[in-house]
Design a protein around this ligand. Structure first.
Ligand code: ATP
Ligand code: MG
Length: 392
């Protein structure tokens, strides 16, 4: 008998002819997420993924913690496997498993059986009934049956082997990263953008990230914070490229030449333009921001429209209809919150106007941008001076 993990996946099972692509991506993402914990056999097994540790002393809790971060996984079921298929071996496996999980207490239980091999002489109901009776007889009076809300739901799956498990640990859902193309996240040190990136990655999109820094107004610590946020996102997505782009000269130029109530919106447009060029170099098909309607002046519906007009690529704003509290809840769940609230300066707060425009009109903004005759070369220079950090 061997310890195993059965992995259940949902949405990706229904993708018709593309199904194997999704399964292969999930398999490879699972492999990457647990490889540092030991050696594993990982394979597809009729609508499930089966993980078998090769070493006996692999840390089970660690494996589960890692799997809980792999998008595409609906549930993780740690259990045991017996390669021999017979009624005797099923009973023996079930008893072995129950003895392991039941301490010296009383439990209510129920047996549920699924069999993909219909040639087996007994049907699912009969197997459950027989195994139930066998356990009642052999567990020294520890068990009683409760078919409605049992404390232990003992699952038996008959496939190429016998599998027994009772715990069904929820996975993150979503789709395997890498199955839905790539997008470029504008990642600041705030609460919102890491959540936005996580949400798009959850839908199977590979993520690259760009951070605009404004030295000497922003510090090395502020940058480190963004690196830490990227690392946290990467615990879900696997490795990721982070571009750090120097933005000070561009901000100074805008500050000198444009009306101050338009600073934020013009700065935002320049960020989008640079992010779009990086996205194209990286074959990314969209941009991601953490904006939500009305949160601040630069996120009114008018401002968002003017920001969008700076680029051709679609801009994904998964938080668009979220309240701050809802965003904070996700940030806490995905472990970015504690990093995001560290009080380091942000490039946008340094050049904030006293009275930012809340209803900008594109034609006036374009008019103001005409005075930025030097901007194209500043954009090019910023991109040329970018730093690339590989986040693992
Ligand atoms: P966040 O919490 O994500 O910083 P925010 O509510 O503070 O969001 P803004 O500062 O107005 O909002 O920024 C809006 C969006 O613009 C951010 O969600 C992020 O996607 C992008 N952004 C802002 N500043 C930067 C930066 N320095 N580098 C990269 N992207 C940025
Ligand atoms: Mg911010």
């Amino acid at each position: 008998m061997k310890n195993i993990y059965l992995v259940k996946y949902g949405e990706i099972a229904i993708k018709g002819k593309n199904r194997y692509l999704f399964e292969d991506a999930l398999l490879s993402n699972i492999r990457n997420s647990i490889k540092k914990l030991g050696k594993f056999h990982i394979k597809k097994e009729q609508g499930r993924i089966l993980i078998e540790p090769e070493d006996k002393d692999v840390d089970k809790d660690e494996v589960i913690e890692q799997l809980k971060k792999v998008f595409g996984i609906v549930a993780i079921c740690p259990g045991i496997k017996n390669e021999e298929i017979s009624m005797d071996s099923i009973k023996e496996t079930a008893l072995y498993y129950m003895k392991n999980i039941c301490q010296k207490n009383q439990y209510t239980f129920k047996v549920e059986t699924r069999r993909s091999d219909k040639r087996f002489p007994l049907n699912s109901m009969e197997i459950s009934r027989d195994v139930g009776a066998y356990l009642l007889k052999n567990m020294n009076g520890q068990l009683s049956v409760d078919v409605h809300s049992p404390q232990i739901r003992l699952n038996i799956e008959l496939r190429n082997s016998v599998y027994v498990y009772s715990m069904v640990i929820p996975g993150p859902g979503g789709m395997p990263v890498g199955t839905n193309g790539k997008a470029m996240l504008l990642l600041s040190g705030g609460i919102d953008s890491p959540v936005a990136g996580w949400m798009i990655a959850k839908r199977g999109v590979e993520i690259g990230a760009v951070y605009f820094e404004s030295p000497p107004y922003t510090s090395e610590r502020a940058k480190q914070k963004v690196v830490d946020l990227a690392r946290t996102i990467a615990t879900y997505t696997g490795k990721m490229k982070l571009f750090v782009v120097p933005f000070t000269k561009i901000q100074m130029e805008i500050y000198e030449k444009c009306p101050h109530d338009q600073l934020t919106i013009i700065m935002r447009r320049m960020m989008m333009k640079i992010a779009e060029r990086l996205a194209k170099e990286e074959n990314a098909l969209g941009l991601i921001t953490g904006e939500s309607i009305g949160q601040v002046a630069s996120q009114t519906i008018q401002s968002l429209a003017v920001t969008n007009a700076a680029v051709e690529l679609p801009v994904f704003r998964p938080l668009i209809g979220f309240d701050k509290e809802e965003i904070v809840q996700i940030a806490k769940k995905i472990n970015t919150y504690e990093i995001s609230i560290l009080p380091y300066e942000d490039c946008c707060t340094i050049f904030v106007p006293k009275h930012p425009e809340t209803k900008p009109k594109l034609e006036y903004i374009l008019q103001s941008e005409k005075s930025l005759d030097n901007m194209e070369s500043l954009l090019e220079e910023a991109i040329a001076n970018k730093e690339i950090i590989m986040i693992e």
